[in-house]
Design a protein around this ligand. Structure first.
Ligand code: GLA
Length: 390
């Protein structure tokens, strides 16, 4: 099958040629972790790795989904009048969820369609394969059914799928980065107001390396929702002292003046507040070309996620600490939710090969199985694309 184009596979599976092709990227977050649902800032960028979808509208009410990443599942077929979440539908729930949420919002999706998916982001690696799938389906539906969706609205519907349909209480970062990303730029987003700016990622002489722990995790079974409620609890406590609506409004100085009895809540809040400040400092460092300072902020972010937020774990810590000990590294940290998944490092171009070999060796010796490494290329957000052979 590997020599075939997606169009050929589509026709074989569905019996008719496809009419449209779409792509949505994955994302990495440079800094600003677990700040989005705390009303803080994030600084992600979209990748050139992502999810491809090709499709054709049908003239009945049937939706059919097929993924080259889950070939054993075969074609998953559902009727348009039952789009409820079904565990047995696995990956296709993200696609069903998007159709469901848009319909509930009043968008007319009256006929069905056939959709073929091919993802090149490793699943469960923290590079947002799920938000990428939501958004690729979103742009597909927008085009096929001429919905005229505003892009930021689409981003919010993607988050709604995650929160209400899948059951992960995630913030807006992933869908926003994937819907709004721009090649060569990071995206600084205020998650409270959704104000955003693009910051050119001018890393001349340096490469962003993605390091995958190969420890898979699903957010639905991680401590993600638990961290989120701990932050809500901490905020309620802090509101006795200042009437702020989110942790993102607190400064570290204000926070450090508050006495805490519950040390766990104190640590969770300290991470959310200090990470928000680091994110704004990182934007300044990057725009002023102070790359070393940017790297230091990444390192401090990882420590805070490890010590105060407790979401790193042995695999991520081993990778990041191995990265820190190499020469030619500006900074390294976990990226995404944590609990496994990926870390990133900013590495001098000339030392990339040596870096991957050395870190790979140290990781495997400590953990017992290998890590994977990819070079990150910063690409554009979700879109319709021309037919092409991949
Ligand atoms: C996941 C969530 C995001 C964000 C990150 C942590 O990727 O989907 O909303 O909370 O974790 O920064």
């Amino acid at each position: 099958m590997t020599d075939q184009t997606l169009e050929q596979i589509f026709e074989q599976q569905f019996g008719q040629p496809s009419t449209h092709r779409f792509f949505a990227p994955g994302r990495i977050n440079l800094i600003g972790e677990h700040t989005d649902y705390n009303g803080g800032h994030v600084f992600p960028c979209a990748l050139t790795l992502g999810t491809h979808a090709i499709a054709r509208k049908r003239d009945d009410q049937v939706f059919r989904f097929y993924s080259l990443n889950f070939e054993a599942d075969g074609i998953i077929e559902v009727s348009g009048d039952d789009l409820t979440h079904q565990p047995v539908h696995g990956w296709a729930n993200y696609a069903k969820g998007m159709i469901h949420v848009l319909r509930e919002a009043g968008y007319q999706i009256d006929e069905g369609c056939d959709i073929l998916i091919k993802g090149d982001i490793p699943n469960g690696a923290g590079l947002s394969s799920s938000a990428s799938l939501e958004l690729v389906i979103g742009v597909l539906l927008d085009t096929l059914y001429e919905l005229q969706l505003d892009r930021i609205e689409l981003v919010k519907y993607g988050q709604q799928v995650e929160n209400q349909y899948i059951g992960v209480n995630s913030g807006i970062m992933d869908q926003f980065a994937i819907g709004m990303g721009k090649a060569g730029s990071g995206l600084l987003l205020d998650c409270e107001t959704l104000d955003y700016t693009y910051a050119p990622l001018d890393l001349s002489g340096y490469t962003i390396i993605i390091m995958n722990t190969n420890k898979r995790r699903e957010l639905a079974d991680s401590k993600y929702n638990e961290r989120r409620s701990e932050c809500e609890e901490a905020l309620t406590y802090l509101q006795q002292y200042r009437p702020y609506a989110t942790l993102g409004q607190w400064s570290t100085v204000e926070f450090e003046a508050v006495p805490f009895e519950d040390e766990r809540l104190q640590r969770r809040a300290r991470h959310a507040i200090s990470e928000n400040e680091r994110t704004l400092q990182a934007l300044d460092a990057l725009t002023e070309g102070r790359l070393e300072a940017f790297g230091q902020l990444m390192n401090a972010s990882h420590r805070s996620l490890q010590v105060d937020y407790a979401v790193t774990g042995q695999e991520l810590d081993t990778l990041v600490e191995a990265a820190w000990s190499q020469s030619g590294v500006l900074g390294a940290r976990m990226t995404g939710a944590g609990f496994g998944g990926c870390a990133i490092a900013i590495v001098e171009d000339e030392t990339v090969e040596a870096f991957m070999t050395a870190v790979g060796r140290q990781y495997e010796a400590a953990i017992g199985y290998p890590a994977s490494f990819y070079t990150a290329t910063v690409g554009d957000g979700a879109r319709e694309v021309e037919q092409e052979v991949i």
